[in-house]
Write a protein that binds this ligand. Structure first.
Ligand code: NAD
Ligand code: ZN
Length: 362
């Protein structure tokens, strides 16, 4: 697979997503990011020993100096304390406005580094180098950055776009199987919401994706990024359309919150949530029953759960969904499939939602 490129079209803030093998260690990769000044590679304790040196050595050729900041690994560290250690590193090393931050890691590193870039000296440029499949197809694209607060996930953040996204397929070789499957959940998501042909392509190529075949991964990442870029290009700040990216997420967030975050991976909860959201689409008369079977089979083949955890009751889901929505004050809104490749947002009666959950619970 040669070098693929997708553009995120945001007027004067356009940026490229580069997709291919062997990218992180090639200096041409970074040509369209600002050079000179200080480069700061922000990464974590798991990724640093695997990839940080290769990135840092490559950036030496473009920047006056290259620093590394290694943060602890884990969603539980996506908070103010960790962000502050990053700010302390930047300030103590006299990083000025010409500093470029490079987020080398999964969604946690990407979200934190992006938010730090939005805040540090009122904004310095940053580059996303996503190292999980989930980050390559979702979190590194679109400019949502955030940290968690004890009272809510991703509640403190900013919209702040990167200058460049580098999706190197080779780094996925070291990704744990469970994380690969979690990323596939977000890939699968793009089919029913935006592209029926892509859904069929995923079905035909799932085994190659699970085997980490580079050509298959290249196409999956490219098509996912195209769809995400298309949505974000029309609705950068989620005033409408961007909500369709949350297909499966209303059910999924309830599972994550109900079990305690970290019990199921986000993508696992989204996989099961997509089965439930497909069922809801069928029960609302929008899609045929066969669609639910099709989605369930695909999610299962991706080695993701298709049944909600037995310990979570339907009333508990509804309660959690209402807490999740509290900030917006209103009814629970579900992303449903209206036609293969087209999504919409609907409300639904509690009893119907409860039936849907019970139909897909162990
Ligand atoms: P993650 O960043 O926690 O990475 C998962 C695990 O894989 C970590 O332990 C990480 O160290 C490890 N890892 C990463 N790359 C690796 C590699 N190449 N080889 C070996 N191990 C590797 O999780 P994630 O799934 O990438 O991201 C989840 C985060 O993304 C959540 O915080 C979520 O809120 C956020 N998110 C943000 C957006 C957005 O639009 N900003 C969208 C979706 C998710
Ligand atoms: Zn998601």
């Amino acid at each position: 697979a040669g070098l693929l490129e997708v553009t995120v079209d945001l007027g004067d803030r356009d940026y490229p997503i580069l997709i291919g093998a062997g990218l992180i260690g090639a200096s041409q990769t970074y040509e369209r990011a600002p050079a000179g000044g200080t480069a700061v590679v922000v990464t974590n304790t798991t990724i640093a020993p695997l990839y940080a040196t290769r990135v840092a050595e490559t950036l030496q050729r473009r920047h006056a100096r290259v620093l590394q900041v290694v943060l602890p690994d884990g969603e539980e560290h996506k908070n103010w304390v960790t962000l502050n250690t990053l700010f302390e590193a930047l300030l103590s090393q006299a990083c000025d406005r010409k500093t470029v931050l490079y987020a080398l890691g999964g969604g946690v590193i990407g979200d934190m580094t992006g938010f730090a870039a939005a805040c540090y000296m009122r904004g310095v440029p940053f580059v996303q180098i996503p190292t999980t499949l989930l980050a390559q197809v979702d979190s590194s694209v679109g400019g949502k950055t955030a940290i968690n607060h004890p009272l809510g996930k991703n509640m403190i953040g900013a919209f702040y776009q990167p200058r460049l996204v580098v999706a190197d397929l080779d780094v996925l070789d070291t990704l744990p199987d469970r994380e690969l499957s979690a990323g596939l959940a977000e890939v699968i998501k793009y089919g029913p919401i935006a592209d029926a042909d892509f859904l069929a392509w995923i079905e035909a190529n799932l085994d190659a994706l699970l085997a980490r075949d580079k050509a298959a991964l290249a196409h999956a990442v490219k098509r996912s990024c195209e769809i995400k870029a298309w949505v974000v290009g029309q609705d950068e700040r989620e005033s409408g359309l961007r909500a369709i990216l949350n297909f499966g997420h209303t059910f999924g967030h309830a599972i994550e919150a109900g079990l305690g975050y970290g019990e199921w991976l986000h993508g696992e909860a989204v996989g099961c949530g997509m089965v439930m959201a497909s069922e809801l689409s069928a029960r609302l008369g929008l899609m045929p029953a066969g669609f639910v079977d099709r989605m369930r089979r695909l999610v299962e083949r991706a080695r993701l759960p298709v049944q909600g955890p037995a310990q979570l009751s339907a009333p508990r889901y509804l309660e959690l969904m209402r807490i999740d929505k509290k900030a917006e004050a209103g009814a629970i809104r579900f992303v449903v499939i209206e036609d293969l490749g087209r999504a919409g947002v609907r409300t639904a009666p509690d009893e119907l939602v409860a039936d849907v959950i019970e139909a897909h619970t162990a």
